[in-house]
Ligand binder design. Structure first.
Ligand code: NAP
Length: 280
């Protein structure tokens, strides 16, 4: 009877999530793309949510939908992660809500092209949002998780964080920082009962590529943001590093095994060609 009401095994799996991580999850970059999908899928699992991004009206729309559809409680918190004072305010909010699951997903890339073609101030704002803010959030929220003996953190990196990418040098470097940090954290807090996952997607169907100067037609093996989020959540607690999509995993493996100079040139060749074709 209960199985009929709650959909059988699904009910058990859903409640296990909240038991494992606590009742409240923070999702950064929840206003669109992969982060919005993370928010929807965590709402389905029964989490109350703290959602953050800069575009507050989009967060409010999502809040209404999730509260209506899933009967959960959603708090929206506007935050520009490039501004570290705002990051501190977000952390205080998360601490006040005893967040036990963090999806540190927000991020963006400056325009792709020559490293020197983008002002260093813009690159540095991106480093703060993509690298420093997630590190600060982890530093501030991990102690509560470690003390509770439970918790989880998913960080959205990128395949570009796995190798040097000419013509996307600054973005790839910002993700490489995150990759190194997150994989080390996975090892440090595993025994304390905290699950850490580095999710490193390839091309995903959001506005991210276009905003960096790459048109949709130039992308290969594009995945849906819902599928990327779904696979990410599925891997949390099972492994430290996951790249969704067999084609993406093959590409990353190839980059790793090729002699370094070949791998860098190959990545740069592909990036430049996609940029030139997008501009044509
Ligand atoms: N799409 C891809 O092909 C791809 C591939 C690999 C990795 N990724 C990574 O996936 C993550 C999600 O990106 P997406 O593809 O879903 O693109 P998206 O739809 O543009 O989402 C990016 C999210 O990050 C937020 N964000 C960006 N800059 C921010 C800032 N300074 N402060 C606070 N929030 C900020 C955005 O919110 P607001 O604009 O409202 O602030 C938005 O919610 C990013 O970390 C990205 O680097 C994407």
């Amino acid at each position: 009877m209960l199985a009929g009401i709650f959909g059988g095994g699904d009910y058990v799996k859903l409640t296990q999530w909240v038991e494992r991580y606590g009742s409240t999850a923070l999702v950064t970059g929840a206003s669109s793309g992969i982060g919005e999908q993370f928010a929807i899928q965590l709402a389905e699992k029964g989490f109350d949510l703290l959602l953050t991004a800069r575009r507050e009206p989009l967060l409010r729309e999502l809040q209404s939908k999730l509260e209506r559809d899933f009967g959960i409680s959603v708090t929206c918190f506007r935050c520009d992660l490039s501004d570290l004072d705002q990051v501190d305010a977000l952390i205080a909010q998360a601490q006040s809500q005893s967040v036990g699951l963090v999806v540190s997903n927000a991020g963006y890339g400056v325009a792709k092209g020559d490293f020197l073609s983008v002002a260093h101030e813009h690159q540095e704002a991106m480093y703060r949002a993509n690298s420093i803010a997630p590190a600060r959030i982890a530093h501030a929220l991990l102690p509560f998780m470690v003390a509770s003996g439970r918790g989880g953190m998913v960080f959205t990196g990128s395949m570009e964080g796995d190798a040097a990418f000419p013509y996307s040098a600054a973005y790839a470097a910002s993700k490489a920082f995150l990759h190194s940090l997150v994989l080390a954290l996975w090892c440090e807090v595993k025994a304390d009962g905290v699950d850490i996952l580095l999710l490193a997607p390839g091309s995903t169907d959001t506005n991210a590529a276009l905003s960096q100067g790459i048109s949709r037609e130039q992308l290969v093996g594009v995945m849906s943001p819902g599928e990327v989020a779904r696979q990410g959540l599925q891997r949390l607690g099972k492994q430290p590093h996951f790249t969704p999509g067999a084609h993406n995993r093959l590409f990353v493996t190839l980059l790793r095994w090729l002699p370094k100079t070949w791998a860098i040139k190959m990545a740069g060749y592909g990036m430049k060609r996609a940029l030139d074709r997008s501009a044509a």
